[in-house]
Design a protein. Structure first.
Length: 113
């Protein structure tokens, strides 16, 4: 289900969508499977400032933007470069997570009116 959506649903939203196809599924089963998929790298978890966790089935390297007002999570695809200072300090970066917070275009427009 996650590979076919771009809205970064929460576990509860995943549960509601999957329940339409598998009525007997439990919320606990959805949480357990999301955890397994995240652990094996088949999906990305994104935690917002209000502590809600969103899931992304697109595991290609990219960043995210979360609107502080409406909570919308947006994919950002642009080149990701790791600062060379990290390697100079002796660290080896294996994964990177970057989330920007602010106002999405719609919320920015309504706040300027």
């Amino acid at each position: 289900m996650l590979q076919n959506c771009t809205d970064h649903p929460t576990a509860e939203t995943v549960y509601k969508r999957v329940k339409e196809q598998i009525p007997s599924i439990s919320l606990g089963t959805v949480y357990r499977n999301l955890s397994v998929l995240a652990d094996e790298g088949s999906l990305i978890t994104i935690e917002s400032r209000n502590r809600s966790v969103h899931y992304d089935g697109n595991t290609a390297p990219h960043r995210h933007f979360i609107c502080s007002r409406c909570g919308q999570v947006t994919d950002l695809f642009f080149p990701i470069t790791t600062p060379p200072e990290i390697a100079a300090m002796g660290y080896e970066v294996q994964t990177e997570t970057c989330v920007y917070y602010g106002l999405c275009r719609d919320c920015k427009m309504t706040s300027n009116q």
